[in-house]
Design a binder for this molecule. Structure first.
Ligand SMILES: [Fe+2]
Ligand SMILES: [Fe+2]
Length: 153
């Protein structure tokens, strides 16, 4: 709960986000780096937190799982980070089609609902893509572990 409130508060202060990009980029493959870099600093900070927590809890996590943790929300980068939109789409559920992705407010709900698929579609490694695709609806062991850690932040 406190972590969630903290994340909410920090959503309004992008300058305070301090993601460890050097560590993240050292873990990612070259062709994955642009997906990570395209994310807002607040989403990158979240990604690094999640990946590190996952490693703390499951030190045996294979490299592809750590990469999936770092990229799990990369589908959100298709839209600028707007804190109020993030809050609104979190509070109010709407069922929206996956395509075409719209620029208007509907697009905010599309990102909320379909970012796992948008992200997965951009990832080359099928193992990483699968975990990213499942991160809110896990069907495999590592996706459920990622989901568990993700929900703490
Ligand atoms: Fe997500
Ligand atoms: Fe997340």
């Amino acid at each position: 709960m406190w972590r969630r409130l903290r994340r909410l508060w920090r959503a309004f202060f992008p300058a305070r986000a301090n993601p460890d990009d050097a560590w993240a980029l050292g873990e990612l493959r070259l062709e994955e780096a642009h997906l990570y870099k395209a994310m807002d600093s607040r989403d990158r900070e979240h990604a690094v937190w999640v990946a590190r927590r996952l490693l703390e809890r499951y030190p045996e996590a294979p490299g592809f799982v750590v990469r999936a943790a770092l990229l799990h929300d990369c589908g959100k980068a298709l839209r600028p980070y707007r804190p109020l939109e993030r809050i609104l789409t979190g509070l109010l559920r709407l069922d929206v089609p996956i395509e075409p992705l719209q620029k208007g407010l509907i697009g905010a709900w599309q990102i909320r609902q379909h970012h796992p698929e948008y992200g997965a579609a951009r990832i080359l490694d099928p193992q990483v893509a699968q975990i990213v695709r499942e991160h809110h609806r896990p069907r495999s062991l590592w996706a459920s572990r990622l989901c568990e850690v993700d929900e703490e932040f």
